[in-house]
Write a protein that binds this ligand. Structure first.
Ligand SMILES: [Zn+2]
Length: 158
């Protein structure tokens, strides 16, 4: 835990939150600035910042919990759908891993802001270069534990 981390403060009971679910490894509570009412954050209790910092078993538990939270939102709120969002690095405003799980409604106004994105569609040559760059890291991934079970597109059966 860090002194200034709000997620750690909530996890240790030092800051109040509307807790939806918790156990010895994770805690789920309502976001104080929801996209829609019922917006949940799923956090590990341990102060881990990014997706790549999470042990695989903890990440799996977070994914399973996200599924349960999505079902809860659908059952209790009757939403039209559920969205998940997770930011890392400079875009992680808490500095503590948190997965957003929030109910969605037709016409709620949330969505991609394509008009503000600076990325342009790559040419096919640029896309192939990017694919080659990503695949260069593939051997490291495959040799590491974190790639267990990952199948790449060209390895998948039809
Ligand atoms: Zn923390």
């Amino acid at each position: 835990m860090t002194n200034t981390c709000i997620a750690c403060a909530i996890a240790t009971g030092q800051s109040p939150a509307h807790i939806i679910h918790q156990n010895d490894r994770i805690i789920c509570f309502l976001d104080h600035a929801p996209i829609n009412p019922g917006h949940i954050l799923i956090c590990p209790r341990a102060h881990l910042a990014d997706l790549t910092d999470l042990p695989d078993d903890l990440l799996a538990e977070i994914a399973t919990t996200a599924k349960a939270m999505a079902q809860l939102l659908k059952d209790k709120l009757g939403c039209d759908g559920v969205s998940l969002l997770q930011n890392n690095g400079a875009f992680n405003d808490l500095g503590h891993f948190h997965l957003h799980v929030f109910p969605r409604y037709a016409g709620d106004g949330f969505g991609w802001t394509n008009a503000q994105l600076k990325a342009v569609q790559p040419t096919s040559k640029e896309a192939l270069a990017l694919l080659a760059l990503i695949r260069l890291g593939r051997k490291e991934l495959v040799d590491g534990k974190s790639a267990d079970g990952i199948k790449f597109l060209d390895e998948m059966d039809d």
